[in-house]
Design a protein around this ligand. Structure first.
Ligand SMILES: Nc1ncnc2c1ncn2[C@@H]1O[C@H](COP(=O)(O)OP(=O)(O)O)[C@@H](O)[C@H]1O
Ligand SMILES: [Mg+2]
Length: 644
C-alpha cells in the first residue's frame, strides 16, 4: 500500500491548497489587494498577454545562422511559452503577440477579433488550445460571488465615485453590473454594495470558466443562446418575464467573460450569427436574452478558418462591417524542413507505440511536405529552394551560390497556404508502421507509403504529378546522396579525424601555394613544395578545373584567415565548398569496397567481417537497429552501386 499512501498524501495536500486559495471577502478587502497589485483588475487582453509573456521572451540570437539567414538582421522575439511546442511559425506567433500586446495597452486591437487564417493542419486549433491553457495556468480571478459572468468587483462602485477612484488607484473602471448582480444588489443587500461578497475562481477550459468555445453551427439549429445564454423556461412560472432570475447566462460570451471566446471555423456560421461577435467588439457588450439590458463583455475573441471559407466570406460586400473588425494573421504551413521534423517528433512522442524510426525517415517526409508547399520559381530548382528556405548554404561549382531568400519570398504571395498537411504525413507514417512486420519505419518505407497516399488522395492531376515527381525522382536522388555519405562514414574508420586531417593538409598546401612559400613537414621539419597532385585530388571532387583552382585556393585562404582573425574556431565543416569536396573524396575512397561488401552474395570471409563492422557502426554511432541497417544497405547496393 506504499504507493497508494504516498499518492493519497499528495491528494490531501492538493485539496488543502485548493481550499486555502479561495478568497472570500468584500469590496474593502478587494481594494486592499488591488492597491498592492493593480494587475488583479487587468482586462482580459492584458491578463492573457501577461500570462504568456510571463514565461519569458527571448530575442532571437542574430549570430545564430538560422536567425540570420531566415529572418535577416531583425532580432525577432520568440516567446518561451510557445517554443517547445510550435515550430517554424515564429512569424505568425509574433503577429499574434503583437495583437495581444497592443490590445493589452487598450489600443484599437482590444476591440478587434483575432482571425487565424491558414490551411488545414497548420496548427491553428493547437495554437488556440495552447493559448487557452496559458489562461488556465494564471492566478485565479477576483469576481462578484455568484455572478454568472464572473464580473469584475469594481463594477460595484457607483458612477459618482468612479472619477475619484481612478485618481486614487490609477485604474480605470470599465463596465457596469450585469442584470443578475444588479438585481441581487438591490434585493438582497438593499443597495449596499460594500456588502456584496467577492470571491475568486480559476480559469478552466473544461469547466467553461473564462473560456467559451463556439463550434461551427448547422444553419438550421443555429441559435444565439449558444452565444448569449437563454431564458430558463422552467423558471418562467416562478418569476416575471423581466426578472433576471429567469436568465440562464451560459452562452460562450457569458462564460468567456474575462478570458477568451473562441470561434471554431468561424465563417462556416451564418452571418446573422456573427453580429453578436461584432457587437461584442464594438460596444464591449452583448445582448442579454429576454428583455434585459446589454451585458458588459471583456474578453479576447479568437477565431480561425481556412482560406476557402475566408475568400467566400470576403467576397460578400455586406460583410464589410465585420471585415473591418478583424485582425487577420496568416498561419501558413511550416516551410523549414528541419523545423517540420520537430513537429513529427512532437506528434509521435505522444503516442506510446514501441517502434523504431530509422535515421533520415522523418527528414525525408519533412522535405516532401515542404516541397509540396513551396511555389516553383525560375531562379532555382525546387530542392534548392527548399534548402534555401531551410537556411542552408548552396554549393555550386565550388562556390557558395548567392541566392537571397528574400528575392524568392517576394516572388510569391501567401506561400505555405497550400500543399500537404502534417496530418497527411502522419497518416503515411501510421500506414508505413502498420505495413511493417519489423515494427519500424525507414526512409524507404515512408517514401513508398507517401507515394501510395498521394496516388489515393491527391485528385488534382497537376499536383499529383508534381508530388510524385518529388518522391520518385527528386527525393530519391537526394536520399541516395545522404545514404552514400552515411555508409561512407560507417566504413571509414575514424571518419571525423580523417576529414579533419584532409582539411588541415589542404589548407597548409593551398596557403603555401597562394603565398608562393613552402610547407613545413610537421614531423621532419623539412620544407617542401605544395603538393599540387593532392590539392587537385580534392578540388576535382567539386568540379574545379584548370585556372579556377587559383581563385578557389585564394578564396579559401582569405576566408579562413578572416575567421581565425575573428577568433572563430575552424574545423573541416567551416567552408561549405571544401566540406563537400572532403566528403566526396572520402566517399570516393571507399566506393569500391562499399560496392563489394554490400553485395551479400559475393562476400568472402574478410568482406563479411568488414560488413559486420560496418553494421555495428551504423547501429552504435548512427541510430540504426539490426533490421533498418540491413534494409538501407540492401537499398544502397541495389541503387547506388548498381551499374558497376
Ligand atoms: N508549426 C507547427 N508546430 C507544431 N505543431 C504543429 C505545427 N503545425 C501543425 N502542428 C500540429 O499538427 C496537428 C494538426 O494541427 P491543427 O491545430 O489541428 O491544425 P488546424 O486547426 O490548423 O487545421 C496538431 O497536433 C498540431 O500540434
Ligand atoms: Mg482546426
Amino acid at each position: 500500500m506504499k504507493k497508494t499512501n504516498k499518492f493519497l498524501s499528495s491528494v490531501a495536500k492538493h485539496q488543502q491548497r485548493q481550499s486555502k486559495e479561495k478568497f472570500e471577502g468584500f469590496l474593502k478587502d478587494y481594494l486592499e489587494i488591488l492597491e498592492l497589485n493593480p494587475d488583479v483588475s487587468s482586462l482580459a487582453h492584458k491578463r492573457l498577454y501577461d500570462a504568456i509573456t510571463h514565461q519569458g521572451i527571448t530575442r532571437m540570437d542574430t549570430s545564430v545562422s538560422r536567425c540570420r539567414k531566415l529572418f535577416g538582421a531583425e532580432a525577432l522575439r520568440t516567446y518561451d511559452y510557445f517554443q517547445s511546442s510550435f515550430f517554424g511559425m515564429e512569424g505568425a506567433l509574433n503577429k499574434v503577440m503583437r495583437f495581444l500586446h497592443s490590445a493589452s495597452m487598450k489600443g484599437e486591437e482590444a476591440r478587434q477579433v483575432l482571425l487565424l487564417l491558414g490551411p488545414v493542419g497548420a496548427g491553428k486549433s493547437a495554437l488556440v488550445e495552447h493559448i487557452k491553457r496559458a489562461l488556465e495556468a494564471t492566478e485565479d480571478v477576483y469576481h462578484i460571488a455568484g455572478c454568472p459572468v464572473r464580473e469584475e468587483p469594481l463594477h460595484l462602485i457607483p458612477r459618482a465615485l468612479r472619477g475619484e477612484f481612478e485618481n486614487v488607484y490609477g485604474v480605470k473602471i470599465e463596465g457596469d453590473l450585469c442584470p443578475v448582480c444588479r438585481y441581487n444588489l438591490l434585493e438582497e443587500y438593499g443597495g449596499d454594495y460594500t456588502q456584496v461578497p467577492i470571491t475568486t475562481s480559476s480559469f478552466s477550459i473544461r469547466g467553461r470558466r473564462g473560456i467559451g468555445v463556439v463550434p461551427p453551427m448547422d444553419p438550421n439549429t443555429q441559435d444565439t443562446s449558444i452565444l448569449i445564454g437563454s431564458e430558463d423556461i422552467s423558471k418562467m412560472d416562478l418569476y416575471s418575464e423581466d426578472d433576471p432570475r429567469v436568465l440562464s447566462l451560459n452562452g460562450a460570451f457569458n462564460v468567456g467573460n474575462r478570458g477568451i471566446v473562441e470561434f471554431v471555423e468561424v465563417f462556416k456560421n451564418e452571418i446573422e450569427f456573427l453580429h453578436t461577435m461584432i457587437t461584442a467588439t464594438q460596444e464591449k457588450s452583448v445582448p442579454s436574452p429576454g428583455k434585459q439590458a446589454m451585458i458588459y463583455f471583456d474578453g479576447v475573441i479568437i477565431s480561425h478558418c481556412n482560406e476557402a471559407e475566408w475568400n467566400k466570406f470576403k467576397a460578400e460586400h455586406t460583410n464589410e462591417a465585420i471585415l473591418d473588425r478583424i485582425v487577420r494573421v496568416n498561419v501558413p504551413y511550416c516551410l523549414e524542413h528541419s523545423q517540420e521534423i520537430k513537429i513529427y517528433n512532437k506528434l509521435l512522442g505522444t503516442s506510446d507505440f514501441n517502434y523504431h524510426i530509422a535515421p533520415h525517415t522523418l527528414e525525408l517526409a519533412s522535405m516532401f511536405a515542404v516541397l509540396t508547399r513551396l511555389k516553383p520559381t525560375n531562379k532555382v530548382d525546387a530542392l534548392t529552394k527548399m534548402k534555401i528556405y531551410n537556411g542552408e548554404e548552396i554549393i555550386e561549382k565550388g562556390q557558395m551560390k548567392k541566392v537571397d531568400i528574400n528575392d524568392l519570398r517576394e516572388e510569391v504571395r501567401d506561400e505555405g497556404m497550400t500543399g500537404i498537411s502534417t496530418r497527411f504525413v502522419m497518416k503515411s507514417i501510421d500506414n508505413a508502421l502498420a505495413d511493417s512486420d519489423k515494427d519500424m519505419i525507414t526512409p524507404i518505407s515512408i517514401r513508398d507509403s507517401l507515394i501510395k497516399q498521394v496516388k489515393e488522395q491527391i485528385t488534382n492531376e497537376e499536383d499529383r504529378n508534381r508530388y510524385l515527381a518529388y518522391l520518385q525522382n527528386t527525393l530519391h536522388e537526394e536520399y541516395l546522396k545522404i545514404l552514400e555519405k552515411e555508409i561512407t562514414k560507417a566504413f571509414v574508420s575514424a571518419y571525423e579525424e580523417q576529414a579533419e586531417s584532409l582539411f588541415n593538409n589542404y589548407l597548409d598546401h593551398a596557403e603555401a601555394y597562394v603565398n608562393a612559400t613552402k610547407v613545413k613537414d610537421t614531423i621532419t621539419n623539412e620544407e617542401m613544395e605544395p603538393d599540387e597532385k593532392f590539392l587537385i585530388s580534392i578540388e576535382e571532387q567539386i568540379g574545379i578545373k584548370g585556372s579556377a583552382k587559383d581563385n578557389f585556393r585564394a578564396d579559401i585562404s582569405s576566408y579562413m584567415f578572416a575567421k581565425l582573425r575573428r577568433g572563430e574556431v575552424i574545423d573541416w565543416r567551416a567552408y561549405g565548398p571544401l566540406k563537400e569536396a572532403i566528403e566526396n573524396k572520402l566517399v570516393g575512397s571507399v566506393k569500391d569496397i562499399s560496392r563489394i561488401v554490400t553485395k551479400s552474395k559475393s562476400r568472402d570471409n574478410k568482406q563479411q567481417k568488414k560488413y559486420n563492422e560496418m553494421v555495428q557502426t551504423l547501429i552504435k554511432n548512427y541510430g540504426y537497429n539490426e533490421d533498418s541497417a540491413e534494409e538501407i544497405i540492401k537499398f544502397a547496393s541495389n541503387n547506388l552501386w548498381r551499374d558497376s
